[in-house]
Design a protein around this ligand. Structure first.
Ligand code: PBG
Length: 349
């Protein structure tokens, strides 16, 4: 009778080991390359760098404002007079670009502050380019923050009109370029807006200003905190008449192809997290840089869960950003940019 003592003995009793232990040796051992931080770092396929990030900034017309956005902790409404210090910090963190969203004092039916020469974004562009010329300034081109009804185009009988809106978007883009914007990013999802903006920029002498189109932009519930922050929630209805149905994949490829035909220099997928498959497909389809927008709701989810200690917010952030890059994004628009850049800088130091 065999002695039964340890747990191993007991297991052996019920499930006797084969005599030839060799048959249990796995022929391949991927774990070899996971031993130790150094080796893991060497074989890493995707690297994150502050230079991958584009940081969104919300600019108000009031003076002396640095007001935290409640649903987006760590992000602020800035007045133009306080932007300079913020932009210096962004440069120091190695983040190459910002994208500007304006919060105008005055809204009207056609969003005229969106293309006013002294509008909030136009003034902010001038201030930032004067203070930090090396910081690339991208402007969001849309009407929803500037219209009293909160839609991204001109509204008639409850309908958002496509073609009459193009003219206004083109005027906004040109006014940004005149102010010194390095790149414009139309986010409205009207048909033909990339072509209209390209033609208007060229005509005005700004053929060197690139267009990053929000090419595959979905009608998403993940924009909630942004609409609070920018005061741009539609006053009636929703954006499903112009933004894409989250259920659609091939349509995203069509939108990207159309925007490239019309002259987009970079294309964006938005949101990012629930759309990693789209990012990958767009990346494989195109030869232009692909950006992904890690949107406000994605940011807020991480922050809210971390606040309750339900998750490790910092690790989650780095994992999310790395995986958006792994999916194929060359650039990430993210509210995490400064926090992540700080972590990356510390690791490199
Ligand atoms: C403007 C615009 C929106 C976002 C970027 N540009 C809001 C919307 O489409 O309703 C969302 C960004 C975010 O949620 O972080 N059209």
């Amino acid at each position: 009778m065999k002695q039964v003592g340890t747990l191993a003995d007991l297991l052996n009793w019920f499930y006797p080991m084969p005599d030839d232990l060799e048959t249990l040796r796995p022929p391949f051992r991927p774990r070899r390359l996971r031993r130790g931080t150094t080796l893991r770092r060497m074989v890493r396929e995707t690297r994150l760098s502050p230079s991958d990030f584009i940081y969104p900034l919300f600019v108000t017309e009031d003076d002396d404002v640095c007001r935290e956005i409640p649903s987006m902790p760590g992000n602020f409404h800035w007045s133009i007079d306080r932007l300079e210090a913020e932009c210096r910090e962004i440069v120091q963190l190695g983040i190459p670009a910002v994208i500007l969203f304006g919060i105008p004092r005055r809204k009207d039916a056609c969003g005229s502050e969106a293309f006013a020469a002294d509008g909030v974004v136009q003034r902010a562009v001038r201030a930032i380019k004067a203070a930090t010329p090396d910081l690339l300034v991208i402007t969001d081109v849309c009407l929803c923050e500037y219209t009293d009804h909160g839609h991204c185009g001109i509204v008639k009988h409850g309908d958002v009109l496509n073609d009459p809106t193009l003219e206004l978007l083109a005027r906004a883009a040109v006014s940004h370029a005149v102010a010194g914007a390095d790149m414009v990013a139309p986010s409205d999802m009207m048909d033909g807006r990339v072509g209209a903006i390209r033609a208007a920029l060229d005509r005005a002498g700004y053929s060197d200003v690139p267009i990053m189109s929000y090419a595959a932009k979905y009608a998403s519930a993940f924009y909630g905190p942004f609409r609070d922050a920018a005061g741009s929630a539609p006053q009636f209805g929703d954006r499903r008449g112009y933004q894409m149905d989250p259920a659609n994949r091939r349509e995203a490829l069509k939108e990207v192809a159309l925007d490239l035909d019309e002259g987009a220099d970079l294309v964006m997928v938005k949101p990012a997290l629930a759309y990693l498959d789209i990012i990958r497909e767009v990346k494989d389809l195109t030869r232009v840089p692909v950006a992904a927008y890690n949107v406000s709701g994605e940011y807020a989810m991480v922050k809210a869960a971390a606040e309750r200690d339900w998750v490790d917010g910092q690790r989650m952030m780095m994992e999310i950003l790395t995986c958006i890059r792994r999916a194929g994004a060359d650039l990430i628009l993210t509210y995490h940019a400064k926090e992540a850049a700080r972590i990356l800088q510390d690791h490199l130091a």
